[in-house]
Design a protein around this ligand. Sequence first.
Ligand code: ADP
Ligand code: ZN
Length: 738
Amino acid sequence: MQQYARVITDDPTDKELDYSIPPTWAGKVQIGSRVKVPLRSREILATVVALVDTPSVPNAKNISALISESPVLNYSLLTLARWMANYYCCPVESAVRSLLPEVIRTAKLGFKQERVVSATREISETELGDFQKKAPRQAHVLRAAIEVGVPIRWRELQQNAGTTDRTIQQLVDRGLLRVDLERSERDPYANESFIPSTPMALNPDQKRALDLVVQSVDARDYRPILLHGITGSGKTEIYLQAIDHCLKQGLGALVLVPEISLTPQTVERFKMRFQVDLIAVLHSHLSAGERHDEWHKLNTGKARIAIGARSAVFAPVQRLGLIVIDEEHENSYKQEETPRYHARDLAVVRAQIDRCAILLGSATPSLESYQNARTGKYRLALLTSRVDDRQLPLIRVIDMRQEYLKQKHIPLISGNLANAIEARLTAKEQTILFLNRRGFATSLICSQCGFVCDCPNCSVALTFHQGENRLKCHLCGHASVAPRKCPKCADPSIRYSGYGTEKIEGTVRKLFPSATVARMDADSMTRKDAYRQTLREFRTGKIDILVGTQMIAKGLDFPNVTLVGIINADVGLYMPDFRAGERTFQLLTQVAGRAGRGDMAGEVFVQSSTPFSPSIQFARHHNFEGFFEQEIEVRERCDYPPFIHLLMIHVRSEHQRLAEFTAETLHRRINEQIDAGVTLHAVVPAPIERSKGFYRYQILLRTNAIRRLSNTIRSIIDKLTFPEEVRVAVDVDPYQLL
Ligand code: ADP
Ligand code: ZN
């Protein structure tokens, strides 16, 4: 019997330490158990990663407590944590930390217990009759409890028998009823019911794709399959049938969707197909208790399917047979704080470790994944038509420069778009208007002195929100009352420039006074239920025009929407970011895909002042291949991913000099140690130089050997001591370049 446990503590030490297992817990401490151990003068939480015969130190101390007996991390998740620490240049402890939800790591919260009541013994009808004469009310309750035959919840008995706590308690005191505690699970969907759906007959493309996935599941083949299917081509139906196959083989499945599309609508489709209690849903709005229960349902194997956003890539699905990544191109799979992992990339690694199939689905695959399919690293499955051969929407690009020539200003809604909306209102069809910018105006500018209201903490202009009459910073959340006159020269002619969804909503209301208009963005959807409610009203046709940000860009499937207007396609296109074109193409395609999903054809208007940019033109012609060809060529020429890997180091501090100085020091040290073949760029201020009160500097590196570089950077950073007021963060394969 091995008597020592090797642990990784929750503290950032990054060393594995050995502790001896006291006899009481012999055989109970396992790999993956959570324990408490003494370290220096403190007791800290730790995870057991191995059991060993001989400790690495002579006098190993005792483990002081066993937090959870059943293991919380299995071998494959531990392996994933190590891989992650190594690749993403972060301490193992921080990787383990992100693997386990807080509530599981600390084990502070257990299952919810509920009181159940049952009779203590057989009670004959005669005895009950006698009792009836003495205490009629108690007898009534006792009879009710006996009739149920099994333990009944205290609350339920009270309601069923129309009685009080006191009467039940009296029966308990008499020894006729007993009370036990029973584990009860918190079910976030407890009050919903689902109409069962059955598998649909697949079209030939779908059939081919499903066959490929099924083969991989059966062969435990972890080579990723990229499912490139245009919007509305029936990708979800393939996921459902592939998962069904897994369940029949006794295997589990993991489905990742972007947080933004983890809508009730998506989850519903799974709950309609599979037994509801086989599914665990993991998202950021769960209470700690709900998260605890969903996690355990998976860990015990009671639930077989996990559906969740980014961090669900670590869900403890047992006997994993298939991982599905829906909308694999989505940037929200990238975590923007340490450890800065990409859930899709980790999922590919997890599939290797677990030897399971993995399916990446998208209408607009990322350049990285599509290139992998091109080179044969991934397999490719294609869905080239919409189900029932519904047409893709007709996309019209409106040149806003022409509008300017006609009207001497650029209108928010062009004449063509306005006419199209009018026609939909008459036909009782619905419209979606999309703008990826919230608020009323993007800035407040004084027309006398040119003063712009900037955020005091960030180097960006404040956005004007009319409803609240406030200026807000979308980076740090700073908010202040909007001034009536210029804060600098006191001139009252301060005016708004730029526009956001709030302004569009107002304009649309004015243009179409009889229409019902709703807005959906981070500002209007702060109430927990607002999102569901607005979607419900839109579905039932109570809303004619829905205005929104990217919150409405994805996954929504409303058959009565026949018109989509993209107010300004140029937002986001001219950012200093090599992915700007790709993001714009993806967004336009996704938004356009909301139109014409029912029996009626859809139409899309794209308003732009640069109508000939490739992102817009290829999106207009639904030409992913064309877009890919031209974009991949640019990436290759300019040495960008997927041809090389990037590594970004962020240095920030509230003191500008200190941040810059630290970055320069680090830069010198790196320059001395990196291999030939790595390109090290000069220290530069971030495009948004100041954010949340921090001055920010960046060091960018390019390489073909990312693991090697990641290790080198790690060891350089570990050896340096930085001033306390400076933070240094490493981002491997960065997505956020601003
Ligand atoms: P995607 O995920 O590719 O955008 P969906 O899976 O949402 O597409 O499918 C669009 C619609 O087509 C859904 O309403 C779905 O139920 C339906 N659908 C999918 N496959 C079939 C099929 N083989 N036959 C009929 N309808 C289908
Ligand atoms: Zn700010």
